[in-house]
Write a protein that binds this ligand. Sequence first.
Ligand code: SAM
Ligand code: SF4
Ligand code: F3S
Length: 475
Amino acid sequence: MQENKPTLSYNAAAMEEAAQIMQIRARGERPLAFVHSYGCQQNVADGEKIKGFLEQMGFSFTQEAEEADFILFNTCAVREHAEDRVFGNVGALKNIKRRHPSVIIALCGCMMEQPHVAQRIQRSYPYVSLVFGTHVIHRFPELFLQALTSGHRVFSRGEEDEDHQIHEGLPIHRDGSVKAWVTVMYGCNNFCSYCIVPYVRGRERSRSPEAIQEEFEGLVRAGYKDITLLGQNVNSYGKTLPSPVSFAELLRRLDQVPGDYRIRFMTSHPKDATHELIDTIASGTHISHHLHLPFQSGNDRILQEMNRHYDREKYLSLIRYAKEKIPDLSLTSDVIVGFPGETYEEFLDTVSLIREVGFTSLFTFIFSPRQGTRAASMPDPVPAEEKSRWFQELCAVQEEIAAARCQAAVGTVQRVLVEEEGKYKGMLAGRTDGNVIVDFPGPASLIGSFVPVKITQARNWILTGEWLSGGNKEI
Ligand code: SAM
Ligand code: SF4
Ligand code: F3S
């Protein structure tokens, strides 16, 4: 059971003092911050909290690192490629620091919870003055103040006793005005054998349903139209609360909030996804008919080696139930190719599962060994080039499926939430309930509305359509 520890707040006095120092340093102008979050939506949501602090300290935001007074990379550790990108980009900051010695360079996020990474930063990147991990975001104002005033580089990772605490009441600077994230739980207990997340985000802890509902209602009032509930395994939401609440119950509560909006959630873990959850989606008013349910592999031996706690048949039977209850359900998933010891025949089970389910889209990854995880020390005899061929083979199959699904949508009328202006002048970009992108011509005044769009063309996985502007503007 989750202990009743006080939720963490932040040090407002430190924030005030840092704000004053920055004001003096910026000579009366608003100081500028460049903040970039890598990785998953959870990290983006964390980045919005740090931006909330910075905004309260008087910062404005810039997309140009070169002109910033403060540069922050919020990092991701999930694959080697993600880490390499961060190291490459941090290396490039050396020249900016040389040209603007007063700029403060900081790194935070999942990579920084790994001791070997923090050590490498300490050793090889002396111009980085502040490094902090995912567990100490609430301490940002005082850490920033220390970096400004102590004359030392500041390093802070989660202490043991902070692992079970929840950050409530932090300011948030949301990047958009149509889509928003609400973190419902932190951490992960699953220890899938390939995954670094439990090591860098700690054990599962759920926010109280009351705190979530308050934030959610605020977003609906503020006019947000697409609200995604976030957690690494949302289906185990609430199990550790003093009065346990299931994720399906939480969804039903939020669905009752009056307004014109759509609820999404991610990520669901197949081992904990229930018929109750599917029934809740089916009977909901605002819950999008989209389920992101990562299966990772279609082969039972590999699933067991991955420590996923379900098998192919359990996954497929859940999908069959979901399709029966929600015929227009859009399914998306994550898959890993080339897990250590995977054979070509085992890989083909993944391909056949993809064909059987017919996903709208897939996030496909080649296995990347993560230091400290069980899979990183498993024998991995298949050469990288071979894995790469399997990967291409799988992507080709999925492209074929996605193209056929998109083609089948031609001629239908979809309820599209208009998110932004499109790439080309006069075009708008939005998303269907099933999370498929639709481009269509229309006025920018439609941004933020749900409109009927007749699909006229499918190009790979992007749809093009016409806004049915007669009658009601919105649907
Ligand atoms: N919690 C989610 C779940 O269990 O489905 C996903 C979290 S993870 C941030 C997102 C995806 O990254 C995973 O679903 C998996 O496909 C992929 N991933 C995680 N670790 C990986 C690794 N070591 N190599 C390749 N892909 C990995
Ligand atoms: Fe990683 Fe597995 Fe947790 Fe997802 S459920 S974050 S893949 S350990
Ligand atoms: Fe997300 Fe990457 Fe961390 S995927 S939880 S930012 S390791």
